[in-house]
Design a protein around this ligand. Structure first.
Ligand SMILES: CC(C)(COP(=O)(O)OP(=O)(O)OC[C@H]1O[C@@H](n2cnc3c(N)ncnc32)[C@H](O)[C@@H]1OP(=O)(O)O)[C@@H](O)C(=O)NCCC(=O)NCCS
Length: 150
């Protein structure tokens, strides 16, 4: 991914102006088993009290969704979905970098964590490239990976 792309990707709060665009974010059909619908994530964030949803924008256009949460000294990343039409350009990587930076800037966060289905090779490679290391732990069917912060 180029620095130029990274600077075009932003994470923004979801509000009355953009929630429909986030709800319209759709992965490929064969990827649906790996994630919930962004609408579900928005409800989880609103009512569940543990996760915080963000829209992923490219040049101020909504192209994805990601969410974050804090548990103890860990910042968790979840619900990453990039719309099928925009995948394979580095946007997912940029979104994980951006949410990682936000979490790393919070007081008391010492490591980042996330989880994914073992057969989700695109996500697995993406997270590994960004320094997430599998710990041997699982969350249900999903592999947990962590990245220590300096
Ligand atoms: C996983 C997901 C978020 C990745 O999003 P993305 O925007 O396609 O991610 P990236 O573009 O950064 O990386 C994906 C691939 O494109 C490649 N790529 C990135 N920029 C590229 C470019 N400019 N040209 C060509 N290829 C590029 C990456 O190297 C990577 O290749 P790989 O799969 O062979 O390792 C997306 O596939 C998705 O939404 N999947 C469904 C939901 C999901 O599984 N979420 C994760 C749950 S844990």
């Amino acid at each position: 991914m180029t620095d130029a792309l990274r600077s075009r990707v932003r994470l923004v709060e979801i509000d009355r102006d953009n929630w429909r665009d986030v709800a319209a974010v759709t992965p490929r059909q064969d990827q649906r088993e790996y994630v919930a619908d962004p609408t579900y994530y928005m409800c989880l964030s609103h009512y569940g009290g543990e996760w915080n949803c963000l829209a992923v924008e490219l040049d101020e256009r909504t192209v994805g969704h990601v969410m974050w949460g804090v548990e103890g000294d860990e910042g968790w990343i979840g619900g990453l979905v990039i719309d099928a039409a925009h995948q394979g350009r580095g946007i997912g990587t940029a979104a994980v970098e951006a949410v990682s930076e936000q979490l790393a800037a919070m007081d008391g966060i010492r490591q980042l964590a996330l989880s994914y289905e073992p057969e989700n090779t695109t996500a697995r490679r993406l997270y590994a490239r960004l320094g997430f290391v599998e710990t041997g732990e699982t969350e249900g069917d999903e592999i947990v990976a962590r990245r220590h912060l300096a």
